[in-house]
Design a protein around this ligand. Structure first.
Ligand code: GTP
Ligand code: MG
Length: 383
C-alpha cells in the first residue's frame, strides 16, 4: 500500500493541510511536508478524533495469509460449545471523579479471594491492571485502563476489548469535558454504557442536575425511552456498588451479540500492557477473549513470539490455563509487545518466529520512512 501522506490524510479526514500539519507537530514534535509520509499510528489517532477509523490495507504476503488463518479461527465459534463469558468492563470519566476509588471499592468488596499464596517471583503481587470480581456466582472482568488514549487506539485498531463502559460522573461537579469525551468514545465504539453518578455522599452533590446534563447528551434511562442504566454511588461509603454490579450483569445478560466464547478453542485475545522484568524477562498482561490459553502454548503477539513459560492470574497465583475474559500475566515472549497487540496461539514455534520476524522488519522499515525530518524552510514552502 502507498504510504499515508499529509495530503492524503488531509483529504481522507477532511482536515485542512495547515491544521493537520500543526496537529502533527503537536503529536510528534516533527515537521512534515505535504508529501511526507505519516506514521500509521499517528494518522489513526488524528483520524479517530474526527470519528474516522483508518484501516491499513494489509499486504497479501505469506505473513497475512498465515495470520488470516489464526484470525479467522479466533472469530469462529462452535455455537454448540460456546459458553457465556464474563463481561469485560472499563471505567471512564473526568479526572478526580472517582474512577480509581470506585474500582478499589469494587475489588475490596467483590474481589475473588484466594487461599493460595502468590507464587510470583519475589512473593510480591504486582499490580495487574485487569482483574475479576464475583457477585452471586457471576464473574465480571474490570480493566483499569490508563486513559482515553489507550481506548482510542484500541478502537482505531478494531481491537474491541471492552463490552461495557461505566461512565463515572461526580455529582459534585456534573458533566465535565472528559465526561463528554468518554461518552463519545463509548458511543463510537458501540459498547454498552452504564452511568455511575458518584460522590453522592458529599453535601454539595447535585444528582438531579447531573442527570439532566447527561440526558442532554442523549444518555437516557429506560423510563425516558432510553436503555442506559443510571446508578447512584459513593465510592467511599460503598453505597450503590452492589447495584452497579447488578446492572453490569444485567446489561451483560442482554448483550447483543451475546457474550459467548468457546473455551475449547486455542486462545486468542489482546495484550493490555507489557514490560521488561529484570529477572524474568518480558512480562505481558493479556486478556483472553476467545478460547483457552495454556501454559506451554506458543504465542504470536504483535511482532513478538514465544512459549508461555509461566502464567499468573490477577492475584499473582500461577495457573495452567485461562479461559475467555480472563486477564493473565505471562512470561516467555522474546520482546516486549505493544499494548493493544492482538495475540494468537499458533501451532509451532517456527511459524510464530517467521511471522514475528517479518513484522519486526516491516515495522523498522516503516518507522524509518515516516520519520524523515525536514527543515523548517521546506515546511514553510510546503504550506
Ligand atoms: P484520575 O485517575 O486522576 O482521573 O482520578 P479518578 O477518577 O481515579 O479519581 P480518584 O478515585 O482518584 O478520586 C479523586 C478523589 O475523590 C479522591 O480524593 C477520592 O477519595 C475522592 N472520591 C472518589 N469517590 C468519592 C466518593 O464517592 N465520595 C467522596 N466523598 N469522595 C470520593
Ligand atoms: Mg485514577
Amino acid at each position: 500500500a502507498p504510504p499515508i501522506t499529509v495530503r492524503s490524510l488531509s483529504e481522507a479526514i477532511g482536515m485542512k493541510v495547515g491544521e493537520l500539519s500543526k496537529r502533527l507537530v503537536k503529536e510528534t514534535n516533527k515537521l512534515y511536508a505535504v508529501n511526507s509520509p505519516v506514521e500509521f499510528e499517528v494518522a489513526e489517532l488524528i483520524a479517530i478524533e474526527k470519528g474516522i477509523t483508518l484501516k491499513l490495507k494489509e499486504r497479501e504476503t505469506a505473513e497475512s495469509k498465515v495470520l488470516d488463518k489464526y484470525k479467522k479461527r479466533a472469530e469462529e465459534m462452535d455455537p454448540a460449545l460456546a459458553v457465556t463469558r464474563p463481561p469485560i468492563v472499563t471505567i471512564m470519566g473526568h479526572v478526580d471523579h472517582g474512577k480509581t476509588t470506585l474500582l478499589d471499592k469494587i475489588r475490596q468488596e467483590y474481589g475473588i479471594k484466594s487461599d493460595v499464596v502468590s507464587t510470583e517471583a519475589g512473593g510480591i503481587t504486582q499490580v495487574i491492571r485487569a482483574w475479576q470480581v464475583e457477585k452471586d456466582g457471576n464473574h465480571v472482568t474490570f480493566l483499569d485502563t490508563p486513559g482515553h488514549e489507550a481506548f482510542t487506539k484500541m478502537r482505531a485498531r478494531g481491537a474491541k476489548v471492552t463490552d461495557i463502559v461505566v461512565i463515572v460522573v461526580a455529582a459534585t461537579d456534573g458533566v465535565m469535558p472528559q465526561t463528554e469525551e468518554a461518552i463519545s468514545h463509548a458511543k463510537a465504539a458501540d459498547v454498552d454504557i452504564i452511568v455511575a453518578i458518584n460522590k453522592i455522599d458529599m453535601p454539595n452533590a447535585n444528582v438531579d442536575k447531573t442527570r439532566r446534563q447527561l440526558y442532554q447528551l442523549e444518555l437516557l434511562p429506560d423510563n425516558m425511552g432510553g436503555d442506559v442504566p443510571f446508578v447512584e454511588t459513593s465510592a467511599t461509603t460503598g453505597q450503590g456498588i452492589s447495584e452497579l454490579l447488578e446492572q453490569v450483569l444485567l446489561v451483560a445478560e442482554l448483550a447483543d451479540p451475546p457474550l459467548k466464547a468457546d473455551p475449547q478453542h486455542p486462545g486468542s485475545g489482546t495484550c493490555l500492557e507489557a514490560y521488561q522484568d529484570s529477572d524474568e524477562g518480558v512480562k505481558a498482561t493479556l486478556i483472553v477473549q476467545q478460547g483457552t490459553l495454556h501454559k506451554g502454548d506458543i504465542l504470536l503477539c504483535g511482532s513478538t513470539f514465544g512459549r508461555v513459560r509461566a502464567m499468573y492470574n490477577d492475584m499473582g497465583v500461577q495457573i495452567d490455563e485461562a479461559g475467555p475474559s480472563t486477564p493473565v500475566k505471562v512470561t516467555g515472549l522474546d520482546e516486549v509487545p505493544d499494548a493493544d497487540d492482538p495475540f494468537y496461539v499458533v501451532e509451532d514455534l517456527s511459524t510464530a518466529r517467521e511471522i514475528a520476524e517479518v513484522r519486526k522488519s516491516s515495522r523498522q522499515r516503516s518507522a524509518l520512512s515516516s520519520f524523515t525530518p525536514i527543515s523548517l524552510d521546506t515546511f514553510n514552502a510546503a504550506k
